[in-house]
Design a binder for this molecule. Structure first.
Ligand SMILES: [Zn+2]
Length: 230
């Protein structure tokens, strides 16, 4: 790992590039940045296999630490739940030196990971998040948010309650309203659920680009209109 940490220290790689070299390792990694000539970095067979093994260990450890649920929304992830990413609580884009700090890593479902990347990471100052910080020592989720889920054979409803300012910000910035709606709509009407799912995917894919924000707003309004259909 020291090689990647040194490459960050020397500003040869950004936090995101170093993380990519670790999480999707190859013998040759090419990185392109705006206004910087493309650069290629080489990694030995041993380095590639070490990164792969370490990543697997890390995934198992984080999954166990989070008891198989997203650190932000607490929905189940993994084989019987939602897809998830290794989540950098303090963003590696702003604080590259924290890219490989174990205490800064947790489990984030795709929904939370994407909304946090789009709406929260740029607001982080002095390593302080506007939303809950699940990596903070002594952090207790229920002091900020609680989550009730009621299921029957054909319906499922979920509702979050907020108990603190960071909890309110988490609900708002990570768009937990979307999660609540997804639960309800998925149980009600299959074709509407499929349309809802497609819109959600396009919105998620558009979140990462600045131009996409307009599309996200538009599709969000369209989705809201679906919820109001008789
Ligand atoms: Zn989540």
């Amino acid at each position: 790992m020291q090689k990647l940490i040194d490459l960050i220290k020397n500003k040869d790689l950004t936090g995101g590039e170093a993380w990519s070299a670790f999480s999707a390792p190859e013998k040759s990694k090419r990185f392109e940045r705006k206004n910087v000539p493309a650069r290629t970095f080489r990694f030995s067979v041993e380095e590639v296999s070490t990164y792969k093994a370490l990543r697997k260990d890390l995934q198992v450890r984080l999954f166990d630490d989070c008891v198989g649920s997203c650190a932000y929304c607490r929905r189940p992830v993994g084989h019987y739940g939602w897809a998830w990413h290794i989540e950098h609580v303090i963003p590696k884009s702003k604080y590259p030196s924290m890219a490989f700090e174990l205490s800064n890593l947790t489990v984030g479902c795709v929904h939370c990971n994407q909304w946090k990347g789009s709406r929260v990471d740029k607001k982080v100052t002095n390593k302080s998040l506007p939303i809950i910080n699940p990596a903070m020592p002594g952090f207790i989720y229920s002091e900020h948010l609680s989550f009730v889920q009621i299921s029957t054979e054909s319906l499922c409803f979920a509702k979050y309650s907020t108990h603190s300012d960071p909890g309110i910000e988490t609900y708002d910035l990570l768009s937990f309203k979307e999660l609540e709606r997804s639960y309800a709509i998925n149980g009600m009407h299959a074709p509407t659920a499929a349309l809802h799912e497609r819109l959600t995917r396009v919105m998620s894919a558009s979140l990462t680009t600045s131009k996409g924000q307009e599309l996200v707003t538009l599709l969000g309004e369209l989705k809201s209109a679906i919820y109001r259909l008789p």
